[in-house]
Ligand binder design. Structure first.
Ligand SMILES: Nc1ncnc2c1ncn2[C@@H]1O[C@H](COP(=O)(O)OP(=O)(O)OP(=O)(O)O)[C@@H](O)[C@H]1O
Length: 281
């Protein structure tokens, strides 16, 4: 669905370099702290900015050369909705109807009701949650095969986040060949949604792993200075100094659970992974 090969983009002192593959039927999470390069990746994929070198293909073709019907098969949700704040949902519905050949009007209206989105209010009167839901809704209601979502749950409370994640799950249930690329800076939401995770930091790939592997095999060992001295460090990826001793990131927690029963081992969670992989030594 998406293939990014050895792509470079330089902004003053920020150097982005990434290769990434998003196959059919998979939800891929692109995660990293603020300023890691997530939006840069999305803009490169959508052809909104040009790479300095490398290639980006969507459906096997550089985005600028995509035929119109293939462009219609991409659903996008970016930081800015692209709609004037003077518009209402009724206005937007008409725009979507004219823009997309496969616009699903009934589904759009039904979901607006379900999500309590008012049809007659102008966007400028919408809350953050309402705007976020509308952005995702416009991306999923024209039978897109690929969704590209930049921080769709940013700044939302748990209820609004759950509603958005449910929309995305329903979208995938409708057709298992669909794919989603979703970015987030710190979010446990992605653990329940994604199949695959790319973790970026300072424009570079720090980790690419299946979510199942992260949850089953990654862990953080909490060790005292004495325990640290005798610890087998073969499967330790990162070490961080703590008040009690050290926190050690491993991709083989079961080895430590079996061989060092006295050591406390926390399960690998995405938030902890971001902190450990981008800090420590
Ligand atoms: N047009 C631009 N000109 C110069 N620098 C830019 C430009 N766009 C982005 N950058 C820089 O690129 C870096 C990565 O920004 P990017 O928006 O991709 O990060 P991000 O991971 O999406 O962050 P956030 O979670 O805060 O949205 C930042 O240092 C940013 O200042």
């Amino acid at each position: 669905m998406i293939e990014m090969q050895e792509v470079d983009k330089n902004y003053n002192d920020f150097h982005f370099h990434l290769s990434m593959k998003i196959p059919k039927g998979q939800i891929t999470g692109l995660i990293g702290k603020n300023g890691a390069g997530k939006s840069t990746a999305i803009k490169l994929i959508l052809g909104l900015i040009k790479p300095d070198s490398g290639t980006v293909k969507v459906f096997g073709t550089p985005i600028k050369k995509l035929e119109p019907d293939k462009k219609q098969a991409i659903g996008v949700s970016l930081a800015e909705s692209g709609f004037s704040t003077q518009l209402t949902i009724s206005d937007i519905e008409q725009i979507l109807e004219k823009t997309y050949i496969h616009f699903e009007k009934e589904k759009f209206e039904q979901k607006c009701k379900l999500l309590n989105l008012p049809k007659k209010k102008k966007l400028q009167e919408f809350s953050t949650g309402m705007k976020a839901k509308l952005k995702v809704l416009t991306a999923i209601t024209h039978k897109a095969r690929l969704l590209i979502l930049d921080e769709p749950t940013l700044g939302l409370d748990i209820e609004a986040r759950t509603e958005i994640l449910d929309l995305l799950r329903d979208y995938l249930i409708e057709d298992e060949n669909r794919s989603i690329l979703i970015t987030s800076h710190i979010s446990a939401d992605l653990e329940t949604l994604c199949d695959d995770i790319y973790l970026v930091h300072n424009g570079k790939l720090m980790l690419h792993e299946k979510i199942d592997v992260i949850l089953e095999q990654y862990g953080i060992l909490k060790v005292t200075k004495e325990q640290y001295e005798t610890l087998d460090k073969e499967a330790i990826l990162k070490i961080q100094k703590e008040a009690y001793g050290y926190a050690c990131l491993t991709n083989d927690k079961n080895y430590y659970l079996e061989n060092y029963p006295q050591i406390a081992v926390e399960n690998g969670r995405i938030d902890a992974l971001i902190l450990m992989t981008t800090g420590g030594y």
